[in-house]
Design a protein around this ligand. Structure first.
Ligand code: UDX
Ligand code: UDX
Length: 458
């Protein structure tokens, strides 16, 4: 049977993989192919053990794989055989040259554009899924249209808003789908092709269409607003600790204002993840480029507060544990940047591990999904680090626990048993405010939450 539509995605990462799996799941009459330059990643997508952990993803992939979902390294063939191409390659922050530490590194992305050009003989719709600086679609268009082949390319922007850990749910029931297209008849025609795909499972009134630049900018701004909320509540958490106010009470009171809303107000050890910092840095770079220094400083403040929050966490540990961590053993509960993922990109746990190691502490890291990535992140500096999957085993003989990821598992452990296995006096630093602090104090722990008075036995 000829498929109704043939779709390709270049980049089989945290975004490309789940997004295509859900399209294949929702549209069994489409043929969806995901290609990647990394053969190991493709092998994993084709195996029983997928390269990323996402709740609900395994069954969807297993049902569609081989039926209408295919993973391959043959990028050229993929480009030749598909006329709808999503691009979801990574765009990390540049680490060299102009804009180093700020601007997006677009080398993979440009390489992909050139590859598409080289292997296309028929008209194609190219859909930018990676988060990119505003006007990147235009750059892609320039690369694609300066061709001698006379092949027509229509470029669309379709930023992905899924959050890791809830990717499948976010893809199945998105708050909105955003599609940016040229406001020309050709642009709208291409846009309609993409709208058709999404309307297979997303209500039409949740699909927004606009011009390409507004779409690109909306993605950066959405992430900047979300990160700003975390930095706002974290800035207040510092004040709570000084004034004996309770951040949970403040967040509840503030969040009940319908205009503010109660989500995304959890004070924490700081935000991580591959997107927030990168996208804000992009926004800052853009603002500076256009001479908008006040706007750039404003957004940069969101990152400054986040760095401060991570530093404060380590400083509080040091201060509480008699100003020395040398030769003390610290057990880190969680290494992933958030719960329900094995992803550790920009995880606050990386920063905190490095600082604690500088203080000459010994670390035992436990995490249900992120230990393989933790080993990679700390490679070369982990002589004093042990990686232990079982939390009870990890915590035995340590002086302190630092909760860095809000895994549900950590709420349900037997803390009496844990306390009994630790060096006394035992400390808990709850960087996610997920534990029952009074109960821990009753057991005998010295408890240091975020943005609440510490509960100590001294
Ligand atoms: C990526 C971008 O980082 C992000 O900005 C964007 O919003 C969505 O796409 P993610 O899927 O999390 O996010 O990245 P990652 O998991 O690193 O996946 C990217 C994949 O692209 C990798 O598997 C990489 O091997 C692949 N890739 C990279 C290519 O196939 N070709 C290239 O030239 C470069
Ligand atoms: C984010 C956006 O939510 C998503 O729309 C976009 O597509 C990609 O970037 P993600 O980074 O996967 O998604 O996770 P998110 O749930 O947004 O959390 C980001 C960081 O903020 C995590 O480290 C998380 O622990 C932290 N956070 C979040 C808090 O510290 N407090 C909160 O209240 C919420």
């Amino acid at each position: 049977m000829t498929p109704e539509k043939k779709i390709l995605c270049i980049g089989a990462g945290y975004v490309g993989g789940p997004t295509m799996a859900v399209i294949a799941h929702k549209c069994p009459d489409y043929q969806v192919t995901v290609v990647d330059i990394n053969p190991e990643r493709i092998d994993q997508w084709n195996s029983d053990s997928l390269p990323i952990f996402e709740p609900g993803l395994d069954p969807i992939v297993k049902r569609a794989r081989g039926r209408n979902l295919f993973f391959s390294t043959d990028i050229e063939k993929g480009i030749r055989e598909n006329d709808i191409i999503f691009v979801s390659v990574n765009t990390p922050t540049k680490t060299f040259g102009v804009g180093s530490g700020m601007a997006a590194d677009l080398q993979y992305w440009e390489k992909t554009a050139r590859q598409i050009l080289e292997h296309s003989d028929a008209p194609k719709i190219i859909i930018e899924k990676s988060t990119l600086p505003v006007k990147t679609a235009q750059a892609m268009e320039r690369i694609l249209t300066t061709n001698h082949k006379k092949v027509r390319f229509d470029v669309l922007s379709n930023p992905e808003f899924l959050a890791e850990g809830t990717a499948v749910r976010d893809l199945e029931k998105p708050d909105r789908v955003l599609i940016g297209a040229h406001r020309t008849p050709e642009g709208k025609k291409a846009q309609d092709v993409l709208v058709d795909i999404y309307t297979r499972w997303v209500p039409r009134d949740r699909i927004l269409t606009c011009d390409i630049w507004s779409s690109e900018l909306s993605k950066l701004v959405s992430n900047a607003f979300l990160a700003q909320r975390v930095s706002s509540i974290n800035a207040v958490s510092a004040l709570c600790e000084k004034t004996d106010a309770d951040i949970t009470q403040v967040a509840r009171a503030v969040g009940m204002d319908g205009r503010i809303g109660n989500r995304f107000l959890n004070a924490s050890v700081g935000f991580g993840g591959s997107c927030f910092q990168k996208d804000i840095l992009n926004l800052v770079y853009l603002c500076r480029h256009y001479g908008l220094h006040e706007a750039a400083d404003y957004w940069e403040g969101v990152i400054r507060i986040n760095d401060h929050q991570k530093n404060r966490f380590v400083f509080n540990m040091l201060n509480a544990m008699f100003n020395t961590l040398a030769n003390k053993k610290i057990c880190m509960f969680g290494f992933a940047f958030k719960a329900d993922t094995g992803d550790t990109r920009e995880s606050p746990a990386i920063f905190i591990s490095k600082k604690l190691l500088e203080e000459k502490a010994a670390l035992v890291i436990t995490d249900p999904k992120a230990l393989p990535n933790a080993r990679i992140d700390l490679r070369g500096i982990d002589q004093n680090v042990r990686y232990v999957e079982d939390p009870y085993e990890a915590v035995a003989g340590t002086h302190a626990i630092a909760v860095l990821t809000e895994w549900g598992l950590y709420r349900t452990l037997d803390y009496q048993k844990i306390f009994d296995a630790m060096v006394q006096p035992a400390f808990i630093f709850d960087g996610r405010n997920i534990l029952d602090h009074n109960a821990l104090f009753e057991i005998g722990f010295n408890v240091y939450p975020i943005g609440k008075p510490a509960l100590t036995h001294f």
